[in-house]
Structure formats: structure tokens, C-alpha cells
Design a protein. Structure first.
Ligand code: PMV
Length: 332
């Protein structure tokens, strides 16, 4: 790229939901390595769109996130740009414009789709030629779950041995097992304790943390086998167990953390009642109050209607599974 030229690219990435959860970082690792592996599904009906322009005329980075210039997410975005620039060996500043087409505060990790889209757009704008695996590792450094949004469908992120960087790999295409997801939105407010702080507190203070890490490889193997066999009941069993174990660790930190609200627990009971009555559905909950119900194709509408009746559920979102992060054509 010649000195005076500006370079631009736009990428789209979609949020993902972990069925076997990531919670905890390897202490003293400079690259945000997870202490446990995870398995996720990438959602198809919600997306982040990010346009990056590297411009020699810029004296500093400028970020417009969901229409807001220099808002709350800007500092983290600028730090991410700094890291990616270093990796690419480029000194130019950039203008970043990023929009989610889903509501922030809906409990969908917008950092996952946001950083996956950023890495993909930076790669395309600078012509660095990073492989999908490399983009996944770079996205993971920015936010652990973002590594998984580089790929579509069912995605695996295994933990690595010391000194090696982890990157996600695709496990099964979305079309091969088109599960559906219903998000029951319980709380619209931002979470009180971010995942980095929550993970660190859990690692340092929960007596259950070693058991969580110690049982994670077995959970991941069980989840992987269930996906490859398209065994919904087996996936339900390991996903609900992984979710509850993660929250047990979170709740037993000192001081304890509780991400749930009352309606979260009511949703959990409703999902189990539905399953007992024959609906193929299971739940998972992340570091927030929203409950995500995962079901076999054709059941999302009924599950959404049942969850929408619960007092405290503001609204529901429904999504199928989708594709990995990709560049899109610039608007003419
Ligand atoms: O990527 P982070 O740092 O926002 O952590 C994500 C943690 C969970 O969403 C709770 C679990 C997961 O595996 O996505």
C-alpha cells in the first residue's frame, strides 16, 4: 500500500452462544488464553456490520459505535485497533463505524460479533492475508468468545497447552443441524460486572473453580460428540450442566456474583416443563439475566410464546444458525 492511499473494507459477523461455556482465563497469559475449551453456535438472524478505513490523513483513531462517536465502547475498540496494527506492521490510524442490527442490552455478546467483524475488516482493508484460524486467534485476544464468531454453525475452541495460541475451528455446518434459538430478554440494562472481572474474581476466590476447570475437557468432549451425532438430548444434558456449573462458580465467588433475576429462574423452569411435556428445548444463560432456549427446528415459535408469558420477560428474539465473519461489498 502506498503512503498516501486510504484503504477501506466492510465485514459482517454474527453473535454466538456457547453451549459448553468459557469462563476463566489462564493466569499471567499475555494473550487472553481461556482456561477451558468451549463449544458454540453462531446465530444467523442478528449481525454486526463494521467498516474500517485506514487513512494517512487521520491523526488519531475515530470510532462510531451504534451511531455514537467516542462512546463507552470506543476505548476498547481503539486498543483493539492498536493491537491489530502492530500485528499487521502498519502505522496508519483508522476510522471505524460499527452497527449492531440487534439491540444492545439484549444479552447477546456484541463483543463477539463486534471483534470478529473488526479483525475481518482490518484484514481485508490492509490485505494482510490472515487465515480464518489466524483471525480467530487475533479475535480471541480481544474477547475470548469473538474467536468463535469467525466461523458459522457449530464451533469448537479448545484450550491449548502453555505457549501455544488457541484458535476456533468449525465443527458442523449450520445447515447440517439447523437448531433455533429463542432469547428471553429479562433485563435491558448493562451488566453490573463485566466478564473479565467476573472471571478473575471466580478464579481467585471460588472454591469450585478448580472443579470447573478440571471437568471442562470431559464436558467439551461430550458436547462435541453430541453435535457430531446430532443427539439433541445428549447436547441438552451437557449444555445445561455446563451452564449451571459456570453459574455455581460465579455465585460462589467472594463477594458473590449473581447475574440472574427472578424471571431468569422462571424461564429456566418453563423450559424444563416444556421439555418434560415433549418439546425438544434446553436452556443456557450467559453473564447476564437473559435466558437462551435452544430447540430443534420448528419449535422456536411455541417456545417464544411460552417464555413471553412469564412476568419480567420484556420481549423475545428468535434466530436460526448462521455463517462466519465475512467481508461484504462496499455500498456504491
Ligand atoms: O468473551 P467474553 O470475555 O465476553 O466471555 C464470554 C463468557 C460467556 O459468554 C459467559 C460464556 C461464553 O463462552 O461465551
Amino acid at each position: 500500500m502506498s503512503a498516501g492511499e486510504s484503504r477501506t473494507a466492510t465485514a459482517v459477523a454474527q453473535p454466538n452462544i456457547a453451549l459448553v461455556k468459557y469462563w476463566g482465563k489462564r493466569p499471567d497469559d499475555p494473550h487472553n488464553e481461556p482456561a477451558v475449551g468451549s463449544l458454540s453456535i453462531t446465530l444467523g438472524d442478528l449481525a454486526t456490520r463494521t467498516r474500517v478505513t485506514f487513512d494517512p490523513a487521520l491523526e488519531r483513531d475515530a470510532c462510531v459505535l451504534n451511531g455514537e462517536q467516542d462512546g463507552p465502547g470506543s476505548a476498547r475498540m481503539v486498543a483493539a485497533l492498536e493491537a491489530l496494527r502492530r500485528e499487521a506492521g502498519v502505522a496508519l490510524h483508522a476510522h471505524v463505524e460499527s452497527e449492531n442490527d440487534f439491540p444492545t442490552g439484549a444479552g447477546l455478546a456484541s463483543s463477539a460479533s463486534g471483534f470478529a467483524a473488526l479483525v475481518t475488516a482490518v484484514d481485508a482493508a490492509l490485505g494482510t492475508g490472515w487465515s480464518p484460524g489466524r483471525r480467530s486467534a487475533l479475535a480471541r485476544r480481544l474477547s475470548g468468545s469473538a474467536a468463535r464468531s469467525i466461523f458459522g454453525g457449530f464451533v469448537l475452541l479448545e484450550r491449548t497447552t502453555e505457549g501455544r495460541e488457541s484458535e476456533a475451528v468449525p465443527l458442523l455446518d449450520a445447515g447440517a443441524w439447523p437448531l433455533e434459538v429463542v432469547v428471553a430478554v429479562v433485563s435491558e440494562g448493562p451488566k453490573t460486572t463485566g466478564s473479565t472481572e467476573g472471571m478473575e474474581r471466580s478464579r481467585r476466590t471460588s472454591a469450585y473453580y478448580p472443579a470447573w476447570v478440571g471437568s471442562s475437557d470431559a464436558d467439551l468432549a461430550e458436547g462435541r460428540a453430541a453435535v457430531l451425532a446430532r443427539d439433541f438430548e445428549a447436547l441438552a444434558a451437557v449444555a445445561e450442566s455446563s451452564c449451571m456449573k459456570m453459574h455455581a462458580v460465579i455465585m460462589t465467588a467472594r463477594p458473590p456474583l449473581v447475574y440472574w433475576r427472578g424471571a431468569t429462574v422462571e424461564c429456566l423452569h418453563r423450559v424444563r416443563e416444556l421439555r418434560a411435556a415433549g418439546t425438544p428445548v434446553f436452556f443456557t444463560i450467559d453473564a447476564g439475566a437473559q435466558l437462551k432456549a435452544v430447540c430443534l427446528p420448528g419449535h422456536a415459535e411455541g417456545v417464544a410464546a411460552a417464555l413471553a408469558e412469564i412476568p419480567g420477560v420484556g420481549r423475545t428474539l428468535v434466530s436460526g444458525l448462521g455463517a462466519g465473519a465475512r467481508t461484504v461489498a462496499e455500498p456504491a
